[in-house]
Design a protein around this ligand. Structure first.
Ligand SMILES: C[S@@+](CC[C@H](N)C(=O)[O-])C[C@H]1O[C@@H](n2cnc3c(N)ncnc32)[C@H](O)[C@@H]1O
Length: 366
């Protein structure tokens, strides 16, 4: 294991601790899952704040796990660090004998360890073999993706995962180059991307290769597919009062998170019944109002925080939810408001649609 490169500052650390505290500090032994352990910045703070809490830390990157193990050495008797993809959480919990947990944190994306590593190919600013696998023990590399994907697939990856306007042009340039010689280095790829973008566009929006590298990383690591499975599985493991916090850095990650939470905070029963049918009430409540953004101070101190979006939710007792602010109650309030002229709801918008499609994002506060 080499020296740590760069400085790692955990993103939205205080807010994460604040959100997790009611779940982890309930007295007795509580269990927290850090699904993206990384360099264990969040994990260390959680363990320090909650002396009774057991930590289960997952990471698919063996190098990150090795660093985390050193950092968390003083908590050795209450940590389990596992080499796993986070969609394997149910199997990990079953193997360790924890049927349910009290807190789960996802801090998505790459760690500074991965980004700063000169040999792993994540960074467009450093020349390295085009690898980009978070788990270097398995899976396809970015080199295989850029040298084998047909044009439509390459362009789709760049457009969807990188939100790259010039995806088609970049894909064409990659194909022309690889017909001449195999593309094996991050510096050559970054140069190709820069050359395929019109000159005026090169001067805006940061480094021209940033979006392409992000897209390839998401594809290589199948990040969105893993997240789509992992979020519902993580929600299922939480006890009543247990809390989930997700930090996303990409609109697609944030959308998956929003959808996974929306599924749980709404009623599945007929919306116009005055009472909730057994088993149809919401099972979670939102703790964040929409997606929470970082403050200016945090972004100035930690540029990695600039794109973060935080969402959080708490599992509730469905019986008690009947007495809380449920979808049904919101629906009734909106119908009432519709009949009051001069209000937004009174403009004739269909209240049921806005509630039931999960866009009604009223956080309840932490
Ligand atoms: C942003 S870093 C986490 C940083 C961490 N919160 C800290 O304070 O040090 C994200 C970590 O998640 C890991 N990771 C990303 N996707 C993963 C997945 N699907 N399963 C497991 N680990 C994953 C990466 O290898 C990386 O180490």
């Amino acid at each position: 294991m080499g020296e740590l490169r760069g400085t790692h500052v955990p993103v939205l650390l205080e807010r994460c601790l604040e959100l997790l505290a009611p779940a982890l500090g309930r007295g007795g032994r509580t269990v927290h899952v850090d699904a993206t352990l990384g360099l264990a910045g969040h994990a260390e703070a959680v363990l320090a704040a909650h002396p009774e809490t057991i930590l289960i830390g997952l990471d698919r990157d063996t190098e990150a796990l090795a660093h985390a193990r050193v950092r968390l050495a003083r908590f050795a008797d209450r940590i389990h660090l596992e080499h796993a993809v986070y969609d394997e959480l149910p199997e990990v919990l079953a193997r360790l004998g924890y049927p349910a947990v009290d807190g789960v944190l996802f801090d998505l994306g790459v760690s500074s360890l991965q980004l700063d590593a000169p040999d792993r190919g994540f960074a467009y600013a450093q020349d390295a073999p085009l690898d980009m696998r978070m788990d270097q023990t398995r899976g396809v590399t970015a080199e295989e993706v850029v040298n084998t994907y047909p044009h439509p697939d390459l362009a789709r990856v760049l457009r969807v995962y990188g939100e790259e306007k010039f995806a088609g042009r970049i894909a064409s340039a990659i194909i022309r180059e690889r017909e001449r010689v195999r593309i094996t280095s991050s510096a050559r790829l970054a140069e190709l991307v820069r050359e395929s973008i019109p000159a005026p566009a090169r001067r805006t929006g940061g480094h021209p290769a940033k979006r392409t590298f992000q897209a390839l990383r998401i594809e290589v690591n199948r990040e969105l597919a893993a997240l789509e499975t992992a979020l519902p599985a993580a929600l299922d493991t939480l006890t009543v009062g247990g809390r989930l916090v997700v930090l996303s850095y990409h609109s697609l990650e944030d959308r998956l998170t929003k959808q996974a939470l929306a599924e749980r905070v709404r009623s599945t029963g007929p919306i116009d019944l005055p009472v909730e049918l057994p088993g149809s009430g919401p099972t979670f409540r939102l703790l964040s109002r929409g997606a929470e953004l970082p403050g200016e101070e945090e972004v100035a101190a930690n540029p990695r925080a600039a794109s973060v979006r935080l969402r959080a939710a708490e599992r509730i007792d469905p019986e008690q939810a009947q007495h809380g602010r449920t979808d049904r109650e919101r629906y009734r309030r909106r119908v009432k408001a519709m009949h009051q002229p001069g209000t937004a709801a009174g403009s004739g918008r269909d209240p049921q649609r806005s509630v039931r499609d999960g866009t009604d994002e009223e956080g309840e506060g932490a």
